[in-house]
Write a protein that binds this ligand. Structure first.
Ligand SMILES: CC(C)(COP(=O)(O)OP(=O)(O)OC[C@H]1O[C@@H](n2cnc3c(N)ncnc32)[C@H](O)[C@@H]1OP(=O)(O)O)[C@@H](O)C(=O)NCCC(=O)NCCS
Length: 149
């Protein structure tokens, strides 16, 4: 297993990382594709990183800080299907969890597309429990919000 290298997307980091983050996100969450501009706006508030095994982008992450003192923070790890089951998800998740705790989160949540069986199993194995399930307007697949118990 490689030790991953993490690079932030612009404006904090690079344009290349932003394009890699977009490709990975939109492939894994095809029901909610994000434009470059939408990602750049999110990157001003959230930590958006790409995980590289050597030079190969294998996954990405989103860390959302709590919006106020007692609000939850969010960690989302994503790994491309062809790179799964090599421990990369674990590395991405642990880094995201440390970051969101550092940002002051006492409550940690994640959000997973209901069709992502790998993601739901991974989250439950890491102690998350489902708190809400909803379909966004225009979507057919539900999102599942989970919270670290
Ligand atoms: C959830 C997700 C990030 C996991 O990524 P991953 O890289 O496969 O994660 P890991 O490799 O760390 O762990 C996955 C499984 O592989 C196993 N594994 C890890 N290294 C392994 C190895 N070298 N050989 C065999 N199995 C291995 C783990 O034990 C784990 O097993 P389990 O599913 O039985 O618990 C990935 O499936 C994904 O992107 N899903 C869609 C997005 C999503 O739903 N994200 C939300 C998660 S917070």
């Amino acid at each position: 297993m490689s030790i991953l290298e993490f690079r932030p997307v612009r404006p904090v980091g690079s344009e290349t990382a932003l394009l890699d983050w977009q490709r990975i996100h939109n492939l894994i969450i095809p029901t909610d594709p994000l434009s470059v501009d939408e990602i750049a706006v999110r990157a001003q508030r959230n930590i958006l990183e790409v995980a590289y095994a050597g030079t190969v982008p294998v996954g990405c992450s989103t860390v959302r800080p709590p919006e106020f003192d007692s609000a939850p923070g969010t960690v989302i790890a994503r790994v491309l299907p062809e790179h799964r089951r090599h421990g990369y998800g674990e590395q991405i998740y642990e880094r995201g969890l440390a970051a969101v705790r550092e940002l002051g989160a006492h409550v940690v949540q994640t959000v997973i597309l209901a069709s992502n069986d790998d993601g739901l199993r991974f989250a439950r194995r890491h102690g998350f429990v489902e708190i809400e399930r909803y379909v966004l307007p225009g979507d057919t697949v539900a999102f599942v919000d989970l919270q670290l118990a």
